[in-house]
Design a protein around this ligand. Structure first.
Ligand code: BG6
Length: 491
């Protein structure tokens, strides 16, 4: 545990990520008593700002209604220090500042822990890691470094980054954030699978027909085009967030809940997935509709002929005894008709069924918005009829749990760092295995290979028109699904 005597240094403290995610999450922890009073947070960035400007900036997105007093206390543990990202002098200065604060707090030698949180653009990851290692590395306590994606753009660039960062910080010292692993429903997957006997028994190719992991956002790139156009939807959310969810759904039972036991299983299952074939991909880019702009209308996109996908449906197959032949469809898109992230597991038809019109069972884990786990379930139509109707066994969190308070993903993950728990972070070999699955396809897309087709879809639509047939091709069956979610229960 690093708790109790730590200095958290947020590098890139003037940037968007720090302002929108890191500092609000730190405040959330502080408010809930998870950052003891002798914790100090030092913001570090190139921008020249005085203390008040810094405080204004990093508390801008903090929702403090009802917590005004705690916010004032929180402000008192924050300091700002401007400095360069590629200059030893600046990092020596940072070291002095931290040291001074450790002395003031009378932290015992040996417990002067430092957490370096890199809320930085990838172009400076390596110089900053070197600068920290050479000049700011704690000698009287533990060091931890927190890094955020993008971890490279393909296998090769990721390996290069891993090598350079690995030369500065050990794997034990490194926490690679994938914020999806901090989401409540994603943290629930292992529990659902391994603490319920009826799921552990049917979790395989004999019973499951197909699995869909879906990410939908109702807005476009809007101002983030500079970053997005180089990366595209596959690198932005699929190679990381959706693949993490897939590995939790598909991995074997770990021997324990220890971080390494879990990550061993994730790596194993990823290694059973061959690279995605272009024949198993449907790609799209949004066009203007309903008064909303097209992707290419975004001013931050420089290349007006860009073929970067903003939508993709990709099918992965897992070559092991449990999953052979079961399509895992990852779908993700910007500028779609709704905001939704969910896992949908569709079971096979009941063999030799007496009830020919029974629809398939599905298990849905809704990650956001509005966390829920529900099963589509066949039931006799109550009354004189013998009709099967599909209904739901529904665990919607907000109706089941009173006083529901789900922490932000970043809050949960930063607490994990302080507890030195790596379970919800990406290990080096895991990252490598993940890139191997995506790199060949990404290279084809980047090179505008002749087999690559980018279909247009309207802003606010469900995605490219081809999607329905694409899903059918991989077995998704909605026939007999005489089902609609009840708007209101009938008294
Ligand atoms: C980020 C992507 O990693 O995840 C964004 O870069 C995306 O493009 C975001 O919008 C989604 O996160 P969340 O938590 O809002 O689902």
């Amino acid at each position: 545990e690093l708790h109790g005597s730590v200095t958290i240094i947020v590098l890139g403290a003037s940037g968007d990520l720090a302002k929108k995610k890191t500092f609000p999450a730190l405040f959330g922890l502080f408010r809930n008593g998870f950052l003891p009073g002798n914790t100090r947070i030092i913001g570090y960035a190139r921008t020249k700002m005085d203390h008040d400007q810094f405080i204004d900036r990093v508390t801008h997105f903090i929702k403090s209604k009802g917590y005004e007093k705690q916010l004032e206390e929180f402000k008192s543990i924050l300091t700002y220090l401007p400095g360069q990202y590629d200059d030893d002098e600046s990092f020596i200065n940072l070291d002095k500042t931290i040291h001074q604060s450790e002395e003031e707090r009378k932290i015992e030698v040996g417990k002067r822990h430092r957490v370096f949180y890199m809320a930085l653009p990838p172009s400076v990851f390596i110089p900053v890691a070197k600068g920290l290692k050479n000049n700011t590395y704690a000698k009287e306590g533990l060091n931890r470094i927190v890094v955020e994606k993008p971890f490279g753009e393909d296998s090769e660039s990721s390996a290069h980054l891993a090598k350079e960062l690995g030369a500065c910080f050990t794997e034990e010292e490194t926490f690679r954030i994938d914020h999806y692993l901090g989401k409540e429903m994603v943290k629930n997957v292992m529990m659902v699978r391994f603490a319920n006997i009826f799921f552990s028994q049917i979790w395989n190719r004999s019973n499951i027909d197909n699995v869909q992991i879906t990410f939908k956002e109702p807005f476009g790139t809007e101002g983030r085009g500079g970053y997005f156009d180089e990366f595209g939807i596959i690198r932005d959310v699929m190679q990381n967030h959706l693949l993490q969810v897939l590995s939790l759904i598909a991995m074997e039972r770990p021997i324990s809940t220890d971080a390494e036991a879990i990550r061993d299983e994730k790596v194993k299952v990823l290694k059973c997935i061959p690279p995605i074939s272009i024949n198993d991909a449907l790609l799209g880019q949004y066009i203007a509709a309903n008064g909303k702009p097209s992707y290419l209308d975004d001013e931050t996109i420089k290349n007006k002929d860009s073929l970067t996908p903003t939508f993709a449906a990709l099918v992965l197959f897992i070559q092991n005894e449990r999953w052979e032949g079961v399509p895992f469809v990852l779908k993700a898109g910007k500028a779609l008709n709704e905001a939704k992230v969910e896992v949908r597991i569709q079971f096979r038809n009941v063999a030799g069924s007496l009830y020919k019109n029974a629809a398939r069972n599905e298990l849905v884990m809704r990650v956001q918005p509005d966390e829920a786990v529900y099963i589509k379930f066949n039931n006799k139509q109550p009354g004189l009829s013998y009709q099967t109707i599909q209904t739901e066994l529904d665990l919607t969190y907000h109706s089941r749990y009173s006083d529901l308070a789900i922490p932000d993903a970043y809050e949960s993950l930063i607490l994990d760092v302080l507890r030195n728990d790596h379970s919800n972070f990406v290990r080096d070999d895991e990252l490598d295995a993940a890139w191997k699955i995506f790199t060949p396809l990404l290279h084809k897309i980047d090179a505008h290979h002749q087999d690559i087709k980018i279909s247009n879809y309207e802003y606010g639509s469900r995605g490219p028109a081809e999607l329905v047939d694409f899903m059918k091709k991989y077995g998704y069956d909605r026939s007999n699904a005489n089902y609609s979610w009840p708007v209101q229960s009938v008294a």
